[in-house]
Ligand binder design. Structure first.
Ligand code: HEM
Length: 330
C-alpha cells in the first residue's frame, strides 16, 4: 500500500530514513544544498556517486530528426543530419547498489547529450514518471524531509502523511513509474515543459516523450523483484550489440491555457503529439563507471530554438545537479 502512495522512490527512502538521524538543515544552506543533504541522509553518502540516480549505465547512439521537427523549432538539432548522442540510463535513489527491479529503482532515468554540429552539447534529462509529485524545488526538499521523518516508528499522522494530504500529486505520481523488462522497453518523459521557437519567432510550449519503438514492456512488481539485481544495467549492452534499440522522440504540444509552470499537472492525452525523430542506441560504453563520473546532464543546457519554460522545477534541478556534481567530483 505504502509503495503505491509514496512518490519518486520514496518507499525506499522511508526505509533509509530509519537509519537517518533527524536531519538538521543548516539555516544558511540554499534549497539545493538542503535537498542534497536530505538525499545524502536518506540514501547514504557514496563518494564519487550522484546524490540521486546513482546507479546507471552509459551508452552511445545517434538522433535523426524528422521533417516536422524543423517546422516547430529552428534548433540545429532538427535541421539534420543525424548527430551523435551520449545516453545514461539510471535507477532512482542515491543508492549505487540498488537492485534494478526494486520498487524504489523507479522512476528509471534517461539522460541525453546531443553533440550538435556547432560543437556544443544539448542535454535532455527524462524519467519514467507521467508527472512529478510536487511543483517546486522547495516542495521537493520538504517532501524528502517528510520522508526522512516518517520511518516505521514515527507518530501518526506522520510528516509524510501530512505532506501528502496537502500535495495531492505526491500521493499518486510514484505509481505512474513501473519496472520495465529492459531499459529499452520503457517510455521516458520530460515531465517539465520547454518551449520551441521557430524561424519566425513563434513559441510553442511542449513536453518530451521518448517511446520505445518495440513498445513498452512492464513487469509486475513481484516479477521485477525476482530478477537479478543488475538485470537492467547488464542487459542493455548485449541487447543493442545484437540490434540497436530505437525510441521515437515525441513532443506533446500544449494548447492555450495548459499550465507550463506545474509539473504535477500532465496535459490531456488528447493534446497533439509531434514526431521529432528517432533515437538509436547502438552500444553501451565498455568503461561506463569511469565515463559517468565526468558526465553532467543539465536540464537547461539547450540550444537556440529550444528554451526553458516558466516551470520553476527546471532551475531547482539545475541548482541541485550542480551541488551534487560538485560533491561527487571532490
Ligand atoms: C526539484 C526536482 C528535482 C531534484 C531536486 C532532482 C535532483 C537530482 C540530483 C541531485 C541528481 C544527481 C545529479 C548529478 O549528480 O549529476 C539527479 C539526477 C537525475 N534526475 Fe533529478 N531531480 C529533480 C527532478 C527530476 C525530474 C523532473 C526528472 C525527469 C524528468 C529527473 C531526472 C533525473 C535523471 C534522469 C537523473 C540522472 C542524471 C544522470 O544520468 O546523470 N529529476 N536529480
Amino acid at each position: 500500500m505504502r509503495s503505491k502512495t509514496i512518490p519518486y522512490a520514496l518507499a525506499a527512502s522511508v526505509a533509509f530514513a530509519v537509519a537517518a538521524a533527524n536531519p538538521v538543515l543548516a539555516e544558511e544552506a540554499t534549497t539545493a544544498e538542503q535537498t542534497i543533504n536530505v538525499m545524502n541522509k536518506l540514501f547514504g553518502t557514496h563518494p564519487g556517486k550522484r546524490a540521486n540516480h546513482a546507479k546507471g549505465v552509459v551508452a552511445e547512439g545517434s538522433f535523426t530528426p524528422s521533417a516536422e521537427a524543423t517546422r516547430l523549432s529552428k534548433a540545429s538539432l532538427f535541421q539534420g543530419p543525424a548527430v551523435p548522442v551520449t545516453i545514461r540510463f539510471s535507477d532512482a535513489t542515491g543508492v549505487p547498489t540498488i537492485a534494478d527491479g526494486a520498487a524504489n529503482a523507479n522512476p528509471h532515468g534517461m539522460s541525453l547529450k546531443f553533440k550538435l554540429v556547432d560543437g556544443s552539447d544539448m542535454d535532455v534529462v527524462l524519467n519514467s514518471l507521467a508527472y512529478f509529485p510536487v511543483a517546486t524545488g522547495e516542495e521537493f526538499r520538504d517532501l524528502l524531509k517528510a520522508v526522512s521523518e516518517s520511518g516505521p516508528d514515527a507518530k501518526k499522522p506522520t510528516a509524510l502523511e501530512n505532506f501528502v494530504a496537502t500535495h495531492p500529486a505526491a500521493a499518486t505520481a510514484g505509481a505512474t513509474a513501473k519496472s520495465p523488462s529492459s531499459l529499452a522497453r520503457q517510455t521516458y518523459n520530460g515531465v517539465n515543459a520547454f518551449v520551441f521557437v521557430d524561424r519566425d519567432g513563434k513559441r510553442q510550449p511542449y513536453r518530451f516523450r521518448f517511446v520505445p519503438v518495440q513498445g513498452e514492456e512492464i513487469l509486475s512488481p513481484e516479477e521485477a523483484g525476482k530478477r537479478e539485481p543488475d538485470y537492467l544495467m547488464a542487459e542493455i549492452g548485449p541487447r543493442v550489440a545484437k540490434e540497436p534499440a530505437k525510441f521515437r522522440v515525441l513532443a506533446q504540444l500544449a494548447e492555450a491555457g495548459d499550465p507550463t509552470n506545474d509539473a504535477t499537472k500532465p496535459w490531456p492525452d488528447s493534446r497533439k503529439t509531434v514526431d521529432l525523430g528517432t533515437l538509436t542506441v547502438t552500444k553501451a560504453v565498455p568503461n561506463s563507471a569511469e565515463v559517468e563520473k565526468s558526465l553532467l546532464f543539465m536540464p537547461n543546457a539547450l540550444t537556440d530554438g529550444i528554451e526553458v519554460s516558466d516551470d520553476p522545477l527546471i532551475d531547482a534541478r539545475v541548482q541541485a545537479y550542480a551541488v551534487s556534481f560538485g560533491r561527487r567530483s571532490q
